[in-house]
Design a protein around this ligand. Structure first.
Ligand code: FES
Length: 81
């Protein structure tokens, strides 16, 4: 099984490469026409969501990130009795 690689591009989209399937909320898979890589919009301005259409450049989206360690997940709160 090959790895799925997701790269957070500075000032741009999430680049997804490798083996992956993208589903909508009804569980239907997008037909990616054989693509092995695709960019997902991170700026919120694409006219083709969830895919990047380059609008991040037009709107001057700025977000530079570096890999970092996250805090441990918070356990869910107990349900009220
Ligand atoms: S990240 Fe490219 S259009 Fe939003």
């Amino acid at each position: 099984m090959s790895e799925t690689k997701i790269t957070v591009r500075n000032n741009g989209p999430l680049r997804v490469e490798g083996d992956f399937v993208i589903y909508d909320m009804e569980g239907q898979a997008f037909d990616l026409a054989g693509r092995t890589g695709i960019s997902l919009c991170r700026c919120g301005h694409s006219e083709n969501k969830p895919f990047c259409d380059g609008s991040h450049k037009r709107v001057g989206f700025q977000s530079e990130v570096r890999a970092r360690r996250l805090d441990s997940p918070t356990p869910p709160a107990p349900l009220p009795a």
